[in-house]
Design a protein around this ligand. Structure first.
Ligand code: SF4
Ligand code: SF4
Length: 285
């Protein structure tokens, strides 16, 4: 990476899966070479590591606090069940029953318990792994199988953001809470889409979410030579800059299927990704 690079957080998102989001996030990070962090926040299915192939140096189990009730102290007053918005703790007959999988760890039940009968235990959310390949740091979360809530784990991955590094986030696909958790606070959102009716539909939803967050946004159109021109027309209407177009290329598809980086297999793409970065930098500044 050149000296004096603007330290910022670029969140790479897409309204739907399969648009090439991870290809863009990993190749952008890899093209910049050093002093870059890639945070894979697609915690249900992290796959950036398959391309970056880092040496993992540390693994941390992440838990979230959930209530545990001391039956000896409990007077069955029901205040904990009343305050819980998620029906994650209920009083049935002579017992108070917490449902840890439904709990959002707000701590409300513990606060209101007049008998101090509620303490906290941990529910495992998943693990965070951190590794390196040369100057590139990769951090990803893996949600525990069966765990329904990914935003708390995404927020934990984002705690690894270093203020002295350019941070690239591979956001989960979609437009709901997990994506918001991966875009919130970013300096720029790079939206990866494809020029098809499905691509446009999901792009519109994702762009609405970015607007609410008030973050500057630009597009990468993948497989840009298939489909129709409606994505470009929409981008023009919305004033969204198209920062890169990736035409369909058998060699890119093959590199992806072998877990190889496009910028390594086709070095001419390195300059294109560096150019993409410069354009993002200009807008984010
Ligand atoms: S911590 Fe919050 S969400 Fe969890 S059981 Fe208590 S009140 Fe409900
Ligand atoms: S608030 Fe405390 S005392 Fe009341 S039912 Fe819940 S655990 Fe028992």
């Amino acid at each position: 990476m050149s000296d004096g690079v603007f330290v910022m957080i670029i969140s790479v998102a897409s309204g739907k899966g399969g648009t090439g989001k991870t290809t863009v996030a990993t190749n952008l990070a890899f093209a910049l070479e050093s002093d870059v962090q890639l945070l894979d926040c697609d915690v249900e299915e992290p796959n950036a590591h398959l391309f970056i192939r880092p040496t993992i140096e540390d693994v941390k189990t992440i838990t979230t606090p959930v209530p545990e009730v001391d039956e000896e102290k409990c007077s069955l007053c029901g205040k904990c069940a009343e305050i819980c918005q998620f029906k994650a703790i209920i009083v049935i007959g002579e017992i108070v029953l917490p449902f840890h999988e439904l709990c959002h760890s707000c701590g409300g039940c513990r606060e209101v318990c007049p008998e101090k009968a509620i303490t906290e235990t941990g529910r495992e959310l998943g693990v965070i792994e951190r590794g390196y390949r040369n100057g590139l740091e990769l951090v990803h979360g893996r949600l525990r199988i069966g765990e329904a809530m990914s935003p708390p784990l995404i927020r934990e991955v984002r705690h690894y953001t270093r203020p002295d590094r350019l941070t690239i986030i591979d956001a989960p696909p979609g437009t709901s809470c997990p994506v918001i958790a991966a875009m919130n606070g970013a300096s720029f959102v790079l939206m990866v889409t494809e020029p098809t009716p499905f691509g446009l539909h999901d792009l519109k939803l994702a762009v609405e979410a970015v607007k609410v967050l008030g973050i500057p946004c630009g597009l990468v159109i993948n497989r840009s030579d298939i489909g129709d021109g409606k994505v470009k027309a929409y981008a023009e209407e919305e004033g969204l800059p198209v920062l890169m177009e990736i035409p369909f290329d058998q060699r890119i598809a093959e590199a992806y299927s072998r877990g190889e980086m496009v910028v390594e297999v086709m070095p001419e793409w390195k300059d294109r990704f560096l150019d993409l970065f410069r354009r993002i930098e200009e807008i984010a500044r």
